[in-house]
Design a protein around this ligand. Structure first.
Ligand code: NDP
Length: 322
């Protein structure tokens, strides 16, 4: 089978198209023929070596497809089932072997490509808005990179809760998408000072929560626009890592909270994984959550997908299709 392997960490060229044997399932696993795998920023961190994985490894943290084989002890899925997963290496490939307890069934009204597109970013948007800082109607959230994969889903969920969403994006085209997703105000943070603009838009009160996936270039100013006892949810580093900072700043800026969450801790148990994925699929099935699959690339074009994602060229979701 064809797969995208990293033998040595580095730039997009570190991803090689290789021929590997189709995996055999261990007793607790199922083998899935992938319909699509999702491209995510975490794949960039892993490829670069910012997040460590034993070399060589097949990239890809999210996928969906049809079960072709099951291991001896696997009872929860059977050959022919449509399933999706996230949080394990190996989805940039034609086939993957996945522990059965990490697989979730894809409901009838959701296609395999849609499932591959929503597992990681959809469940992330869900835990951020429902658990890390459970937004309430009437509260105000600032969402950075709002036209991105997580961004567009998070804006929709926050809007559906009844929160006011202030969004930041880099271009006018992205601003249109953020507005269409439900952002009430959009700031072009590459042109305007988002700190000053947010203070103006909130009449100096500040926002209840900042959802920051951008990191280095936005974190510090983000602390300045929180209301007293507001929460900074730093969940990514698309512009680079936030340097260490003095915790005393949190008291000086209004007894603020800072958290650095990651999806794996919000789908750690089988029950939580099933509940969260069902909630996201449910939103899709009822039309409350619109997916924007911006581009599908053949598996062999993974390098291009990464270049586009890192180059801030993309909006919504990118998929690789074997
Ligand atoms: P996106 O589609 O959001 O792409 C990244 C976006 O970040 C760009 O489109 C761009 O939007 C913005 N950005 C700002 N500065 C830069 C920069 N210097 N270089 C590149 N992009 C920049 O990606 P994803 O939806 O896949 O992921 C978003 C973030 O969320 C990532 O940081 C990722 O690691 C994180 N994440 C965290 C999870 C968690 O559980 N903690 C789970 C999933 C994702 P614009 O042009 O509008 O500025």
């Amino acid at each position: 089978m064809e797969a995208i392997q990293v033998k040595q960490v580095g730039g997009p060229e570190a991803m090689e198209v290789v021929e590997l044997p189709v995996p055999q399932p261990k007793a607790n696993e199922a083998v899935i023929k992938l319909a699509a795998s999702g491209v995510n920023f975490i794949d960039v961190y892993l490829r670069e070596g910012r997040y460590k994985a034993p070399l060589p490894f097949v990239l890809g943290q999210e996928g969906a497809g049809v079960v072709t084989e099951v291991g001896a002890d696997t009872m929860s899925v059977k050959v022919g089932d449509r399933v999706a997963w996230t949080g394990l290496h190996g989805a940039y490939a034609e086939y993957a072997a996945v522990p059965a307890d990490r697989l979730v069934p894809i409901p009838q009204r959701v296609s395999e490509q849609q499932a591959a597109a929503v597992m990681l970013q959809g469940m992330t948007a869900h835990y951020l808005s429902h658990d890390t800082y459970p937004l309430k109607q009437g509260e105000t959230a600032l969402v950075h990179a709002a036209a991105g994969g997580v961004g567009l889903l998070l804006v929709q969920m926050a809007h559906n809760i009844g929160a006011r969403v202030i969004a930041t994006v880099s271009t006018e085209e992205k601003a249109k998408l953020a507005r269409a997703a439900g952002a009430h105000e959009v700031i072009l943070y590459t042109q305007a000072d988002f700190e000053a603009e947010t203070k103006r838009l909130t009449g100096g009160k500040g926002v209840d929560v900042v959802y920051d996936s951008v990191g280095k270039t936005t974190f510090e100013k983000g602390l300045n626009i929180l209301r007293p006892r507001g929460m900074m949810v730093l969940f990514g580093a698309s512009s680079g890592a936030v340097p260490p900072f003095d915790l005393v700043a949190l008291s000086q800026k209004g007894s603020l909270y800072v958290t650095r969450p990651t999806l794996v801790n919000y789908i750690a148990t089988r029950d939580e994984l099933v509940a969260r994925s069902s909630a996201v699929f449910g939103m899709m099935a009822t039309g409350k959550l619109q997916l924007r699959i911006e581009h599908t690339y053949p598996l062999a074009k993974a390098q291009q997908a990464h270049r586009d994602l890192e180059g801030r060229k993309t909006t919504g979701k990118l998929l690789l299709v074997p």
